[in-house]
Design a protein around this ligand. Structure first.
Ligand code: AHR
Length: 673
């Protein structure tokens, strides 16, 4: 066992027993005084294309740079394959496929090839192509050949050195006209691996052009343009209530051209032109508007739609306002119609044509993203008003979210938003202090959607360490306690591809590579809280509250404070901090009282749990506890290093004592029936 010696900016782990707090604490829960109802969709997900969230992430496509647009000069992620005795080359060539959005092709020139000497083009995938046993992969691509190119073409999944072919299929002769070809590749018994490539090859001379080359493994619920099952299963286990999409900065785009233009993300893949994400790589737009909605549908989540509102992240250089914004207001109305309209409406009919006749339900629309940034504030009221008026006129039941935060107190909305979207990326001391942020929030003020939050530190890695999970959990107890003003919340960012070059943002909830995915300690906090949400808040008090100095609270490595300043540098809360954070709720269906308790002390804390106004508490109580070394993280190699353990309590009663471990997050279900 290790005890943490805590020094600001530095965390040292020293061997030693974990001590027990001398002073017991009483948590009193007023079961007889149910307070606010907690929204059934209180816990949800926030998502955007960042850190290879979809391409190279959730979206199951295995071919990277499938439309050859990722680099205008060279076919990145593609290489030429030449058997001994064969000659050939690959290059980019502007060769549009008629009646599609495909403009760029890969030109494969086989100057010398024969029956036993092939020439081909290989794709390396997103840091490798994962291959599994007894699995069927769907291949499709567009191709044409010059007059001498006879084919036939072969497609194969093979090891990177080409020595082992896992699966192969031959396609008929190709023609001089662009045409779409499809095939399936079926693997047999093999050991799963990701050090593989996908190859299209020919054994005869000639020139072949390729476009939109796609390779899909089996997907979640077998959707043809669907998602990775392992990541979807991690999400499903969180029981999220909503999906906030498509961003985030991804909604705004780096500039006008590259905003999230939903109309360019629907329909057959060959009709999607693709666009640059603000996170410095091109999005295939395989995850388009309908795919976001189907993702929400598959996990029983409500869509929370953010609509483009004229702001990009090009430092406010080109904010679209006034008359120029009107077509985008219409775009938003069209988008809502695409989502919710019957098939007799223009855009509802389009959705049906795209494969989803049944309308989706939509209760929340957010106008823009973080318009308090990048000089967006000055024009936001006029922009918000335009969207608000147009949306409410046609869809009066839709709740409209403003991107102004509760702390933008001077901002005056001409139209009163239904919710304000607060965002927080905070260090551990701030997360702990902010567990009380909404305690004093005016109960008559506009309610809150915490649309992005995380305890993080930009100097740390892909996913949160255990110390951050403590900050997250403490903060969440504050959101639950204030569920009368906080309607929904979601952590951000959700995903990261942990391969070198995969990350633009530290830290992220779920990590993965081509083969494996894992939840971080913060993921498990989300899962524990969301699975044990409860329906009504029960007042809970902690007495006496143990307090901690800044030096005593869990810290993570962070940049040294500015010269001349002490710990906290005058830039964050300096304490004292609560040592314990708690939230109590009751679940309608079971009658269970659910107690969540976060002990951020480096001491085991005995707690007397005093449930007032309840006659029966069954002696057998259950729960989960998450604890670990403060710097512990989960990784591809050790995906379950920090995971919750089951709690079984045999002496539960209306009043009983329980020891909460040091640095732990506990959720306990107390049965009243
Ligand atoms: O979550 C990462 C980014 O943080 C989001 O895109 C943006 O809304 C926020 O600034």
């Amino acid at each position: 066992m290790f005890a943490a010696l805590l020094v600001p900016g530095l965390l040292i782990l020293a061997p030693g027993p974990v001590a027990r707090a001398q002073q017991p604490v009483t948590v009193t829960v007023r079961v007889d005084q149910p307070a606010a109802r907690i929204d059934p969709i209180f816990y949800g997900l926030m998502t955007e294309e960042i850190n290879f969230s979809y391409d190279g992430g959730l979206y199951a496509e295995l071919i990277r740079n499938r439309t050859f647009q990722d680099d205008p000069k060279i076919p990145v992620n593609w290489s030429v394959v030449k058997d001994a005795g064969a000659e050939g080359a690959i290059s980019l060539d502007q060769s549009p496929v008629p009646n599609t959005a495909l403009t760029m092709a890969l030109k494969l020139e086989a100057s010398s090839a024969s029956g036993n000497a092939r020439v081909g083009a290989a794709n390396e995938g997103y840091w490798g192509i994962p291959v599994k046993p007894d699995t069927t992969y769907r291949v499709s691509f567009w191709a044409k050949g010059d007059s001498s190119a006879k084919g036939p073409l072969a497609v194969s999944l093979e090891s990177n050195d080409g020595m082992t072919v896992w699966a192969r299929a031959d396609l008929p002769r190709i023609t001089a006209e662009w045409r779409k070809y499809t095939a399936t590749l079926k693997t047999r018994k093999l050991a799963p691996s990701a050090t593989n490539r996908f190859v299209i090859s020919t054994r005869s001379r000639g020139t072949i052009w390729l476009s939109l080359v796609s390779l899909f493994p089996p997907t979640y619920k077998n959707r043809s343009n669907g998602n990775r099952p392992d990541i979807m299963e991690l999400l499903a286990a969180m029981k999220p209530g909503f999906l906030r999409f498509p961003g985030g900065n991804y909604l705004e785009g780096p500039d006008y051209e590259n905003r999230f233009n939903w109309k360019a993300t629907i329909g057959p893949l060959e009709q999607r032109p693709t666009h640059m994400s603000p996170w410095r790589y091109r999005s295939s737009d395989g995850m388009g508007l309908l795919e976001f909605l189907e993702w929400a549908e598959d996990l029983n989540m409500e869509p929370v739609l953010a609509v483009y509102a004229g702001l990009h992240i090009d430092r406010g250089a080109n904010i679209i306002t006034g008359d120029a914004l009107k077509p985008h207001v219409q775009d938003a109305l069209d988008e809502i119609e695409y989502i919710t309209g019957g098939t007799s409406t223009t855009w509802g009919a389009r959705r049906a044509k795209d494969g989803h006749p049944r309308p989706f339900e939509l209760r929340y629309v957010e106008v823009g993203n973080e318009d308090w940034l990048n000089q967006g504030t000055a024009s936001y009221d006029s922009r918000f008003t335009m969207f608000y008026d147009a949306i409410k006129a046609k869809y009066p039941a839709i709740q409209i979210i403003s991107t102004m935060r509760t702390r933008d107190r001077d901002f005056v909305h001409t139209r009163k938003p239904d919710l304000l979207d607060d965002h927080f990326y905070v260090t551990i001391p701030t997360a702990l202090a902010q567990a009380h942020l909404y305690d004093d929030y005016s109960r008559s003020a506009t309610k809150v959607f915490v649309g992005e939050w995380a305890t993080n530190n930009p100097r740390t890695g892909d996913t949160p360490m255990m110390a951050f999970a403590l900050g997250d959990a403490a903060w969440l107890t504050g959101l639950e306690r204030n569920a009368d003003v906080v309607v929904m919340n979601c952590y951000a960012p959700l995903f990261v591809n942990v391969n070198p070059g995969g990350r633009q943002w530290a830290v992220n909830l779920i990590g993965y590579d081509a083969q494996t995915s894992f939840g971080s300690p913060s993921y498990y906090v989300q899962k524990m809280f969301s699975n044990n949400r409860g329906d009504v808040v029960l007042p809970a008090t902690i007495d006496p509250m143990p307090t901690l100095t800044l030096e005593q609270i869990p810290q993570a490595p962070q940049p040294p404070p500015p010269a001349g300043r002490g710990a906290g540098g005058g830039r964050g809360p300096t304490g004292p901090f609560d040592g314990i954070y708690a939230s109590a709720t009751r679940e309608d269906s079971s009658g269970d009282v659910i107690l969540k308790l976060v002990n951020v002390q480096a001491l085991t804390q005995p707690v007397r749990i005093d449930l007032r106004g309840v006659n029966t508490i069954r002696s057998g109580a259950t729960g989960e506890v998450l604890t670990g070394e403060l710097t512990a993280i989960n990784t591809v190699a050790e995906p379950r290093k920090v995971t919750p353990r089951t709690i079984a309590i045999s002496n539960a009663a209306p009043a009983f004592t329980y020891d909460f471990p040091a640095h732990s997050v506990s959720v306990i279900r107390l049965r009243t029936r």
